[in-house]
Design a binder for this molecule. Sequence first.
Ligand code: 5AD
Ligand code: SF4
Length: 441
Amino acid sequence: MPTYHVTTFGCQMNEHDSERMKGMLESLGYDEVGDRVEADLILLNTCSIREKADSRLIAHLGHAKRLKSEDPSRIIGVGGCWAQSLKDEVFERFPFVDVAFGPGQVNRLADFLNSDQLTAQGYFEFEGFTGHLPSKRAREFQGWVQISVGCNSVCSYCIVPSTRGREVSRPPAELIGEVARLAEDGVKEVTLLGQNVNSYGRDLVASDKMTFAQLLAAIDRVAGIERIRYTSPHPKDMGEDVIMAHAELASLCEHIHLPLQSGSSQILKAMRRTYSRERYLDRVALIRQHLPDCAITTDIIVGFPGETDDDFDQTLEVVEEVGYDGAFTFLYSARRDTEAANFSNQVPQAVKADRMARLLTVVQRCADARAQRFVGQTLEVLVEGASRKDASWLRGRTRHNKVVNFSGLASPGQTVAVQIQSANHQSLVGEASLLAHASAL
Ligand code: 5AD
Ligand code: SF4
């Protein structure tokens, strides 16, 4: 049997595409191997969101090149956003690559493998969805569902609109059918994916019209689905209906990831985020009003062109004011073909690094303080497997999306009650509570 190996970079959207690649390859008779060295087909599913992702990828490509020169019958494939952003240039710069394809072109890989192609092939049309392809899930009880592709925003720092195209929503009936099939197949937790999930449905024809909040309600009704998550919403589209859905729908988790990017209205304007600091804080107030205990996390970019000390202080202020449960923080990185890459007022690296260190201190202090509310509580935890720190312990996630390391006996995919004993900014520590466990079931 021919063998394959996939390396995935980037976001959950890419993880999801990789699961489709694996499912499709297995249906073609390929077998997965744990080490790239042993594979006949080497795939890299790439990301181009920041420069760091590019440089990591170049190192992996170098390794693939060496393996190909040792055995020229090997096939090297490069998929995802980085491939899409370079298109045919991939073959000029990396002549050992046999096939390259953009996101949503996973099925083209099958065409290529079935066609005895002698020349390198690139597939870069925006064609849509991989939902009809089989998938090989990393955990059988967790599934991803891509509800839309593309993005109609024009954030001046972001390469995604050019790699994933205009926003297209999948019809609701197709999505609900996919979730029902996942549930029948043992999935308890679904994560809905899109570049801007809460603008879902705006492009649908009248007969298919559905808002994101209505879609959440329909998925909540699917038997067997215990947890619904989604990523990422855009603050400009965060309506009261979605916030109320969290209060009303039993399976929708108590966690909202609301990317801030900057706390300065001036920088937000230069980023073309289309909301101000006040408008963002107003969304947070609405969340707190209806969902006082909901976890709120965010993305923040440090050192966007033109960011002054005062702008950065405003970001720190918003972090303090919101009191995030967690935040992903990024140094601004200029991306090809984006508006901000041409701005003349780039921030020096040393200034960016200094601001990042200060931001991390505040983010961690806030996350730590927020996590203390869980100490002494008994929380529902979906078990993911052995703890990474100590394999005799278990690891799982709360509905608030907090990682919990805990002692006790349980299998991956089980939902158990865990009594929380301590907490820090990253994770919680606890003990499976047998009595509560019995009553939870
Ligand atoms: N530089 C740094 N961070 C970026 N992000 C997107 N583009 C860039 C960039 N050019 C961050 C944003 C986004 C997250 C997925 O990545 O914060 O929300
Ligand atoms: Fe995901 Fe963006 Fe990276 Fe593409 S560029 S894989 S959409 S993070």
